[in-house]
Design a protein around this ligand. Structure first.
Ligand code: SF4
Ligand code: SF4
Length: 343
């Protein structure tokens, strides 16, 4: 990792150069409550001072909510052609926990099977991260996601009069060489950066306790009443899945055109919290109850991938807490599970 300094008075010039020369996606104010990552045509559209998490998360750039995978033509034989869409894009202004979310998806979509569509988009993406202020529902610090060391090309930290820039790849370095006036760091820059990180970590007010979570979870896995109580108010709406930066479930279906001869095989986001998710032929449902679905969701987020990749698939962004009309709160539930075992 290389460290450099970009003075604040050169920052806008850097962004203007990017907007003028590359395809860029960045955070733009959508309404009073949230921002969205959209195409940036004018540097003044970029608003990195977002606190409310962007919904849907930036994962939509790599894993769109609907995506055509194969085009086909029906005849005496079936002709088919794989569809792969990707173009060089700079994603600017994504924060650490959303980069951690993309890092999880990178592992998921390249381990066991390689998802060509996802991988092509990821290879064409240059990622420039920045720190943003955590909301009151954010517990990223407790999921080791408030600071990332991979998954980006450049990462900007605001030190007041200057940005501390972490350069993780040759691609990021080339972008700075081409478009920015940067300086070498001095000793006080590194000290200021460390000081900044100590203050930044204290801004994550929602504390959770993941110590011994796996054992605690296993202890109450079949305990009567616990899951019924946690899931009591759940509407099975699936919003928590749709806003999550690490949810990866999708459905694949055939979309036939009006000529009844051509069509496309497409995928769309799915949700493990809706009753139809576990429904198979013969009307059998593997997860008919909402308490069972919630238990499975927490297991997936907090245990399954910790065991498989050594990292939780929950990055603590807090979006599902904000999106849930029933006020089901994964952070409170993590602490409640611990309490349940200790009682
Ligand atoms: S958003 Fe809330 S109510 Fe909807 S499925 Fe998720 S936990 Fe249940
Ligand atoms: S489970 Fe909730 S808090 Fe965790 S990453 Fe997904 S949306 Fe964020």
């Amino acid at each position: 990792m290389l460290y450099k300094i970009l003075d604040k008075n050169h920052h806008k010039e850097f962004l203007s150069n990017l907007v003028a020369n590359v395809k860029m996606v960045g955070p733009k104010k959508k309404d009073d409550s949230c921002h969205d990552f959209t195409s940036i045509k004018d540097v003044d559209e970029i608003d990195t001072a977002y606190q409310k998490t962007t919904i849907p998360p930036a994962k939509k750039i790599l894993f769109p909510s609907t995506e055509n995978l194969v085009r086909f033509r029906l005849g005496e034989t079936i002709e088919s052609e794989g569809l792969l869409e990707s173009s060089e894009t700079v994603l600017f202004g994504i924060n650490a926990w959303d980069i951690a979310g993309m890092n999880f998806l990178d592992r998921f979509f390249s381990t066991d099977f390689a998802d060509e569509n996802y991988i092509a988009k990821r290879k064409a993406l240059t990622v420039i991260g920045i720190d943003t202020e955590p909301t009151e529902t954010n517990f990223a610090h407790y999921m080791d996601s408030e600071y990332v060391i991979e998954g980006f090309d450049l990462y900007f930290t605001d030190l007041g009069d200057r940005f501390f820039v972490r350069i993780a790849t040759a691609k990021g370095n080339a972008l700075l060489d081409r478009f920015a006036h940067i300086k070498d760091i001095e000793e006080n820059d590194l000290k200021d950066f460390n000081k900044y990180m100590n203050v930044y970590r204290k801004k994550f007010k929602l504390e959770i306790n993941m110590k011994n979570f796996l054992d605690n979870f296993e202890n109450i896995y079949d305990k009567k009443g616990v899951w019924e109580e946690l899931a009591e108010k759940c509407y099975s709406c699936g919003s928590c899945n749709l806003v999550c930066p690490t949810c990866f479930c999708f459905n694949v279906k055939d979309d036939i055109n009006l000529d009844l001869k051509t069509g496309q095989k497409m995928r769309e986001w799915d949700s493990c919290m809706i009753p139809e998710y576990g429904l198979v032929a013969g009307e059998h449902n593997f997860r008919p109850s909402k308490e069972n679905r919630l238990k499975q969701r927490y297991r997936c987020k907090l245990i399954t991938y910790k065991e498989k990749y050594g990292k939780n698939s929950c990055v603590g962004c807090g979006r599902c807490i904000e999106a849930c009309l029933a006020k089901i709160n994964i952070a409170e539930d993590i602490n409640a599970i611990k309490k349940e075992v200790n009682v």
